[in-house]
Design a protein around this ligand. Structure first.
Ligand SMILES: Cc1cc2nc3c(=O)[nH]c(=O)nc-3n(C[C@H](O)[C@H](O)[C@H](O)COP(=O)(O)OP(=O)(O)OC[C@H]3O[C@@H](n4cnc5c(N)ncnc54)[C@H](O)[C@@H]3O)c2cc1C
Length: 427
């Protein structure tokens, strides 16, 4: 039997925890360093969509496919509709009834991944500072600050996995010239908890106007703006509204911003002018909406260096229009685990090159396609298309181009284990 190997993973969000599962299954000892002091509380994050390939990886790691099914709702329909703001009506322009995604609340997904790991895999409150590869490149040493005490610790491993998000320090150390690119718009977003208002006028109205809620990913598009609406498990509605604006000043290195009461008032008034009344009402009654500033990044030239590898948003910051960031993170993790399982930690260089060979072409195309979708839907110029296009007047071909199934590798990204059957979940 080969050497077991130790992986140090920086970042304890979806990519980091997915890698922890995949690398444990590949036979490694794993430690995850997360700068946040403890697992997130119940109100963290919002909604995201999981594709079938990610669902298969997750079910495999969680052991019980029913766990994922119970925490998610189906998204079998992908529907784009044009909003006529003047008459305050929507018209379907493209519909796919074989979408086959699942909707999940970020915090539920994170909790499932975390709870299925051996205890003490994650070192909460450990902020990664720096790394040094050994001279022979057979190991890597990292320094981390313990947030509580301010003390610094050193940890040595065979592999360093950078899962530290879109503002990754590790990526910055390896590729200092790589810069995030502001998309030109921000997302206002919120989750309406309707568990105590199931039969309210707001809920009756939205369910009538959007009859496939609970099974459908709705995109409402108007001139220069678009919205997303879908339901999450446990009686929650997830919505996002993308608004073109100059790049805001980021505070504290976070891409999420809170909203002042003045901004909120203006946003509600604007929603009433732009969207159908039922959607504007959902936005109005949602507690604590927030803003995500949308960035992506041109595809990176590489994803691995000796014994350091990038995964998740650290490897491919992306805009959210193709529902890719979480799915790419999960498939990165699964593929990395397969490559290390195949070659063993003693052939790390070969394993990481194979990971890059599988993942780089896929994530590069997916990031660029998401960028294109965002620009088209926001009425921003994309290679001569999109500017001032009103979707209610668009050609059928243009409308069908908005469907999620046009995403490169929509049917699933290739991986080294294509021929090995992973357990299938959900028929
Ligand atoms: C709290 C939270 C809530 C989110 N909610 C949503 C959502 O509702 N919908 C959605 O689509 N996406 C959400 N995301 C983003 C989503 O998780 C990612 O876009 C995607 O899953 C890729 O995940 P990632 O793990 O690569 O990056 P991220 O989720 O950004 O995670 C990076 C992790 O690395 C940690 N980290 C960064 N620097 C250091 C360091 N120096 N030392 C130690 N740790 C470090 C961060 O604290 C973070 O936990 C959320 C992310 C977070 C962190």
């Amino acid at each position: 039997m080969g050497k077991k190997g130790r992986a140090i993973i920086v970042g304890g969000s979806v990519a980091g925890l997915s890698c922890a599962h995949a690398l444990i299954q590949a036979g490694c000892d794993v430690v995850v360093l997360e700068k946040v002091r403890r697992p997130s509380g119940s109100a963290t994050g919002a909604g995201l969509g999981l594709d079938p390939q990610s669902c298969r990886f997750l079910s495999h790691w969680l052991g019980d496919p029913n766990l994922l099914v119970r925490s998610t709702l189906p998204l079998n329909i992908d529907q784009n509709q044009a909003t006529d703001s003047h008459n305050r009506i929507t018209m379907p322009i493209a519909r796919d009834e074989k979408f086959n995604f699942r909707a999940v609340y970020w915090n539920d997904l994170h909790g499932l991944l975390y709870n299925a790991l051996p205890s003490e895999t994650v070192l909460w409150g450990h902020q990664f500072l720096a790394f040094q590869p050994a001279h022979d490149k057979n190991s890597v040493k990292i320094q981390a600050r313990i947030v509580e005490s301010g003390n610094t610790v050193e940890i040595v491993g065979d592999l360093l996995v950078a899962a530290d998000g879109s503002m990754s320090i590790i990526r910055h150390l390896l590729l200092p010239d790589c810069k995030l690119r502001y998309s030109g718009y921000c997302a206002w977003r919120g989750v309406l908890d309707f568990s105590e208002a199931e039969f309210s006028q707001t809920m009756k109205g939205i369910q009538k106007a959007y009859p496939d809620l609970g099974n459908c990913l709705y995109f409402d598009i108007t001139l220069g703006s678009h919205c997303v609406l879908y339901e999450l498990q446990n009686k929650r509605l997830n919505w996002l509204w993308y608004i073109n604006q100059p790049e805001p000043e980021l505070k504290g290195g976070s891409l999420t911003m809170s909203i002042s009461s003045e901004m909120l008032k203006n946003m509600h008034a604007e929603a009433e002018k732009v969207w159908v009344p039922e959607l504007a009402e959902v936005m109005k009654v949602t507690a604590d909406p927030f803003i995500n500033v949308i960035y992506d990044c041109d595809p990176l030239p590489k994803l691995q260096w000796d014994n350091v590898v990038l995964v998740g948003d650290a490897a491919h910051p992306t805009s959210p229009h193709g529902l890719r960031s979480t799915n790419m993170s999960i498939v990165d993790a699964g593929t990395l685990g397969q490559c290390i399982g195949k070659y063993g930690i003693s052939n790390l260089s070969t394993a990481l090159k194979e990971y890059e060979k599988y993942r780089l072409p896929v994530v590069s195309q997916q990031v660029l396609h998401s960028r294109k979708l965002g620009r088209l839907k926001q009425g921003l110029d994309y290679k001569g298309h999109g500017r001032n296009l009103h979707w209610k007047d668009a050609s059928r071909e243009d409308c069908l181009g908005l469907l999620q199934r046009n995403m490169p590798f929509f049917a699933g990204a290739p991986s080294p284990a294509d021929s090995e059957a992973l357990p299938l979940m959900m028929t």
